[in-house]
Design a protein around this ligand. Structure first.
Ligand code: NAP
Length: 484
């Protein structure tokens, strides 16, 4: 965990587009409040892609972050047509910043349709797993797949961090938002972690909400939420929604936290059309710097800056995104007004007095779940074919004759189509063929699965394999829609 240093060094990445304007504003304010920080400027993003570094993150930036373990960054543009991955995602993954903390609160002077409701909530988004692991394949020329990987270790880490964050800010409740009603194994893993860990924090109310209802409730009655912990893609979507509740992306800060490194940045991107025009709203990066000050243990300075930002807004000093670009103050005028307000106290709004977030130590062991028993009970072999289910099924049954595995069913995009399949299904050229033990009392092994793959391969092109396993006598797979 980042040590609390009396003279910390922070790696600063100005970023692309509006990034440098926002980051300069935040640095000017932090310097003005009198916190003794050395800023070490490094780069990532567009100019690095242009220089031919495919990741968008050069070695000297990585070296700096490995040393300082603290980053204040502007948004990085993801160029279209060159460079392979987003430099942002690369940074988050390189330093295993597994938690993305995205707070929003009602702001004085920023009128929205929710003004007066007292919104003050935080989305804690898992930041490295889920569909954003980016493991995608074309299984056939016309059928794409993205693997949704969710680990118990990853869920335990993010759930614990959400509770620790809630505790550090004396927050009253943590809601876990998942789609576990449909994705019982993947999204369900997060729900089960939550139910296991919540009792360790008895002073904090805990409840589960299905993610689509969470979105509905956020629009209908956002003030009911305090901390929301959720999986990566859910969190990405609802945190953009929550930023819109309080005035938009210009006001949404974030912290990417890991066991070793913390990266503070706005939720917004590089908004290239406003770059260099001195008109954009730097509040999101300034409030990200406030989160950084809290992380450094500089709670008085953090409070002073937050009061100054809220006072400035309350006085009606507003940028163009709020009042229109013909009426708004410039980015530099806005920054000067905040600096002039350092020491002022906002009227009628509270600023949370935070404590240091205890980032829970993560076990280094890759294996965190050891079942007492496990057995292979079959395999799903995915094949590419233009045949209809009633043609494919009998052929596969014939191919399985003499094997300890038999064809149980075939599904197409998750719905059973053979035997006795739903005739209304509009099939595509990728089938999941489920082979299970012919005799449930007899064990089967990998050799039997390999033999079955060979038999299928004699007639069809397979494109994906999944083992069917039981852990502690519980199936480690789900049934197809319509499967008995
Ligand atoms: P964006 O840069 O967030 O901008 C979308 C819109 O949000 C802007 O056009 C503007 O709205 C508003 N906006 C964003 N920041 C603002 C600010 N500080 N002040 C006032 N208004 C602000 O999203 P994008 O256009 O989709 O993405 C642009 C680039 O940024 C892409 O290359 C993307 O990959 C990258 N990106 C980077 C990060 C990151 O570094 N973490 C995050 C997201 C996107 P109006 O047009 O309505 O005025």
């Amino acid at each position: 965990m980042t040590s609390l240093s009396t003279h910390p060094t922070v790696t600063v990445i100005p970023g692309d587009g509006i990034g440098p304007e926002c980051v300069n504003a935040a640095i000017d304010i932090v310097n003005a409040v009198g916190v003794d920080i050395s800023w070490e400027e490094r780069h990532a993003g567009e100019r690095i892609f242009e220089a031919g570094v495919a990741s968008g993150v050069p070695e000297d930036t990585i070296e700096s972050i490995n040393r300082t373990r603290l980053v204040l960054k502007g948004p990085l543009g993801t160029p279209v047509g060159y460079g392979e991955k987003s430099a942002n995602v690369t940074l988050r993954k390189l330093f295993e910043t597994y938690a993305n903390i995205r707070p929003v609160r009602e702001l004085p002077g920023v009128t929205t349709r929710y003004s007066g409701s007292g919104i003050d909530l935080v989305v804690v988004r898992e930041n490295v797993e889920d569909l954003y692991a980016g493991i995608e394949h074309m299984q056939t020329p016309g059928v794409a797949q993205c693997l949704k990987l969710i680990s118990r270790k990853g869920c335990d880490k993010i759930v614990r961090l959400a509770f620790e964050f809630a505790r550090s800010e004396d927050r009253r409740s943590v809601a876990c938002a998942t789609k576990s009603n449909i994705m019982k194994l993947t999204e369900g893993e997060m729900k089960r972690s939550f139910e296991r860990i919540a009792p360790e924090y008895p002073e904090i109310e805990s409840w589960h909400v299905i993610i689509d209802n969470c979105a509905h409730q956020l629009v209908k009655k956002p003030e009911q939420f305090d901390v929301i912990v959720t999986t990566n893609m859910n969190g990405d979507i609802i945190s953009d929604l929550t930023s819109a509740l309080v005035g938009g992306l210009g006001f949404a800060p974030s912290a990417n936290l890991g066991s070793d490194v913390a990266i503070f940045e706005a939720v917004h991107g590089s908004a290239p059309k406003y770059a260099g025009r001195n008109v954009i709203n730097p509040t999101a990066v300034i409030l990200s710097a406030v989160m950084m000050l809290k992380h450094l243990g500089e709670f008085d300075a953090a409070e002073t800056v937050e009061h100054a930002v809220l006072s400035t807004l309350q006085q009606g000093t507003l940028t163009g995104d709020v009042v229109g670009y013909d009426l708004g103050v410039s980015t530099t005028e806005y920054t000067k007004a905040i600096i002039a307000n350092l020491g002022a106290r906002v009227d009628g709004y509270t600023v949370r007095r935070a404590r240091h977030v205890q980032i829970p130590p993560a076990p280094r062991d890759p294996v965190t779940v050891r079942p007492a028993s496990r057995e292979i009970v079959g395999a799903d072999i995915f094949v590419e074919t233009g045949q209809y289910p009633e043609q494919l099924g009998p052929v596969l049954e014939d191919l399985a004759v003499g094997s300890p595995l038999k064809l149980k069913m075939i599904s197409n995009r998750g719905t059973k189509v053979y035997p006795d399949g739903n005739k209304n299904i509009d099939v595509v050229d990728q089938y999941r063929c489920r082979f299970v033990r012919r005799d449930a009392t007899q064990p089967v092994g990998l050799a039997d699965v390999r033999d079955m793959i060979g038999r299928v391969e004699a007639r069809y092109q397979w494109c994906h394999i999944e083992l069917l396993q039981h852990f502690d006598d519980q199936p480690g797979y789900t049934k197809a829609q319509g499967e008995d």
